[in-house]
Design a protein around this ligand. Sequence first.
Ligand code: PGA
Length: 241
Amino acid sequence: MNKIYVANWKMYFTSQQEIAFLTDNLAELTALSKTNTLIMCPSFLSLVTINTIIKNTPINLGAQNCSTKDDGPYTGEVSAKSLAEVGCHYCIIGHSERRAYAYETTSIIKEKLDQTSTYGITPIICIGETDQEKNDGKTKDILKEQLIPLITALTPRSSILIAYEPVWAIGSGIVSTPKLINEACATIATIMHHAPTIHYKILYGGSIQSTHSAELKKTNVDGFLIGKASTDFQELKKIVS
Ligand code: PGA
């Protein structure tokens, strides 16, 4: 079944380890990419080398973040312009870890979307509720609150990936249920109904493992955003296969 798989390596590997993963598993990753869309998101440091390694394959390259700015005196930042230059066609935007640890707000995320739009990078926009919000029955409201303001920052007719990532499921070992995932897909579809020119696909992320990926493939999502499990090639292969 053709689905989209985003490997979000976060900061699990060193750059050498990321490069070795691609080099060692290149043939099999290439084979998996023939029937699926595989998007590898290593650290910034490895993008240039990995872009060279995957050059003649269908494997896609993505970044985990980008600056809100085009260029200038912004120490430690990496621009979407640079990412495009090194072959990144995707960029994760608004991941809950960045919202929590780097204090990214909706207005910051909007600026980043402006940047990805400008440089032709498809954003992987992450949204999702916390455990408390889920328990309070606020999931729909949170998805609306997070996604609606971002739609205005998108260029008409652009393509985006929307990753529904419940915060309580990320890195916790607790995966969401098909029912909750399908409800989130329905909410996202209702929101996106108001932006008919935007071409979107929905991903699910949060503790995906091979033990339950087959069940989750039967939901309405178009693919998955995989964190920890994507750092183990055999596990990644089982999820994608
Ligand atoms: P996880 O991470 O699969 O390790 O839970 C998913 C994500 O944060 O993208």
